[in-house]
Write a protein that binds this ligand. Structure first.
Ligand SMILES: [Zn+2]
Length: 148
């Protein structure tokens, strides 16, 4: 079995902080425009559809389906090298947005377009001093998906 990917800690800014802190609570946090109800990902200061700045955050279901994927058999970056083969995928979230992620928890050859998946989180080691300098007050985790 391949080793785990060695994820780097994200740097959160004022637009992405709610998302990354949600990950730290094992919650997939998305944004919804209060004016046109569009749900969006990646986090932004304004609605990508109507440009309203009246945006709210909410906890998404964490469920989706594989839109497309690739199986990576070779990656020389140290964080990924020993994890090959791994699945890099776009997942269509139940709430509408799509995100790029990894699919784990099954043989890479078993991943299929349209496969139902569910989010899980990889906790990153907490270091309060460094986390604060990265804009994250409470630590964080990386979201990825497994078959549901
Ligand atoms: Zn809008």
């Amino acid at each position: 079995m391949a080793a785990e990917i060695s994820y780097s800690k994200p740097v959160a800014d004022w637009e992405t902080r709610a998302f990354w802190e949600g990950c730290g609570r094992h919650e997939l946090v998305l944004q919804r425009c209060r004016d046109c109800q569009t749900v969006q990902f990646r986090p932004r200061a304004i609605c990508a559809k109507c440009l309203s700045s009246d945006i709210e955050h909410f906890v998404a279901s964490g469920r989706g389906t594989v839109y497309t994927f690739t199986v990576t058999h070779q990656n020389h970056l140290p964080a990924f090298r020993d994890a090959c083969p791994y699945v890099l995928a776009y997942v269509d979230l139940e709430e509408g947005p799509q995100l790029m992620t990894h699919v784990v928890g099954c043989d890479p050859q078993d991943v299929r377009i349209g496969m139902p998946v569910e989010v899980e989180f990889v906790d990153l080691e907490r270091d309060p001093a460094k986390d604060a300098s990265r804009g994250i007050a409470a630590g964080t985790a990386i979201p990825r998906f497994h078959p549901s």
